[in-house]
Design a protein around this ligand. Structure first.
Ligand code: SF4
Length: 380
């Protein structure tokens, strides 16, 4: 049952606004106690072990407690696009992505037809006829379903690989109940907590009890940069403490199969978005991650930044990350000796820039079943 108590004096993130969201009050994240969702669907814009050829069952939540002005999903964090959805409807729509055997519905609060409509039983891509190959150590762009000889229909109609909750912290009470109902309905997929990194450690400890995979950002090592971008200078210490706890509780992402053939089932992958003109921040982020976790920590160093409308209004971050800037960051990855690294050879496929006005499919790239342009850093 949904427990609304945490919304009455909301302290679900480090901003601790203390507003009563059940009374319609809104704090920094801009959301009341009604669950609002912008999109639910199979998404192919994540790292290969999370996507494979089945896709990641991604739930984009509206609002954000981090609120960086350059947010690549500003339509959700600033414009609050999304639809108010009840728990039952949300569960039903997620189950459409991860069909479960009909008998699993027994005793579930989910309407029986949710499973009866399922086209195929849940499966793993490991069972699929995808040819085996690996890009480890290869100089070619890494594996993705894009451009691969894998027929697009190989996994068509089958279950997604995981349930991926994007920017979830401010709706934790709803999501806890949704996860409970999905498990009760027979959904056995891993749950992914895909967050900004600006999370309360106490709540992460609760979340780690039921979430399988964590994808925290580590955006800023510089308190000044954090203050400029999101209005808080405590981001570095908060994010660092949170990642420490998560690695302690869940370990590193595993299995770590850079080809994407084996689905990741558990653990932590830390993401960092390189910002134009802020290479020193990226280098410091890498230093701190190395200091805390060593070179085996799986990391994703992203180059996909694009200037969003607020960047132009503020005249900050008005360009892409340059080759030279990204090369410096990747060179530091090499110097530190990180071995499980996703990098982006270019600033990404425009087809994975979302437009959430098209809630049915905000990413053109998903229709083409592509994995975001990424490769695994050379182990050499
Ligand atoms: S979740 Fe929203 S209302 Fe609650 S403390 Fe964070 S920003 Fe404030």
């Amino acid at each position: 049952m949904l427990d609304l108590e945490a919304y009455r004096h909301c302290e679900l993130c480090p901003r601790r606004c203390g507003v009563d969201r059940t009374a319609g009050q809104r704090g920094f994240c801009g959301e009341s106690a009604e669950l609002r969702i912008a999109s639910i669907g199979a998404h192919f814009g994540e790292e290969p072990p999370l996507v494979g050829c089945e896709g990641s069952g991604t739930v984009f939540l509206t609002g954000c407690s981090c609120g960086c002005f350059f947010c690549q999903n500003y339509q959700l964090s600033s414009e609050h696009l999304g639809e108010i959805l009840g728990i039952e409807e949300t569960v039903r729509r997620i189950l459409e992505l991860c069909p479960v055997p009909a008998h699993s519905c027994a005793g579930s609060p989910v309407p029986a037809h949710s499973c009866a409509e399922s086209p195929v039983p849940a499966h793993s891509c490991a069972e699929s006829p995808v040819p085996a190959h690996s890009c480890a150590g290869s100089p070619v762009p890494a594996h993705s379903c894009a451009g691969s000889p894998v027929p697009a229909h190989s996994c068509a109609g089958k279950s997604v690989r995981n349930i991926n909750l994007v920017t979830p912290d401010h709706f934790w009470p709803h999501l806890r109940e949704i996860i409970r109902q999905l498990r009760e309905a027979g959904c056995e997929l891993p749950f992914v907590w895909n967050s900004s990194g600006y999370s309360r450690v106490e709540l992460l400890a609760q979340q780690a009890e039921i979430i399988d995979i964590f994808l925290p950002d580590f955006k800023y090592a510089s308190p000044e940069l954090a203050k400029r971008c999101m209005g808080r200078d405590d981001y570095p210490e908060v994010a660092r403490a949170g990642i420490r706890l998560l690695v302690d509780r869940k370990g590193f992402l595993r299995p770590f199969d850079e080809t994407g053939e084996m689905a990741a089932t558990r653990g932590v992958l830390v993401r960092h978005l390189v910002l134009p003109g802020e290479v020193e921040n990226s280098l410091a982020v890498l230093d701190q991650l190395y200091e805390d976790h060593g070179p085996m920590l799986p990391i994703s160093v992203m180059r996909q930044f694009r200037p969003m409308p607020e960047c132009l209004r503020r005249n900050q971050f008005t360009r892409l990350v340059s080759d030279e800037e990204y090369s410096r960051v990747v060179a530091h990855v090499r110097e530190l000796g990180f071995t499980r690294v996703f990098i982006q050879p270019d600033c990404g496929d425009e087809n994975f820039v979302p437009d959430f006005r098209h809630a049915g499919e905000p990413f053109k790239g998903n229709a083409q079943r592509k994995v975001r342009g990424q490769r695994v850093e050379d182990r050499g």
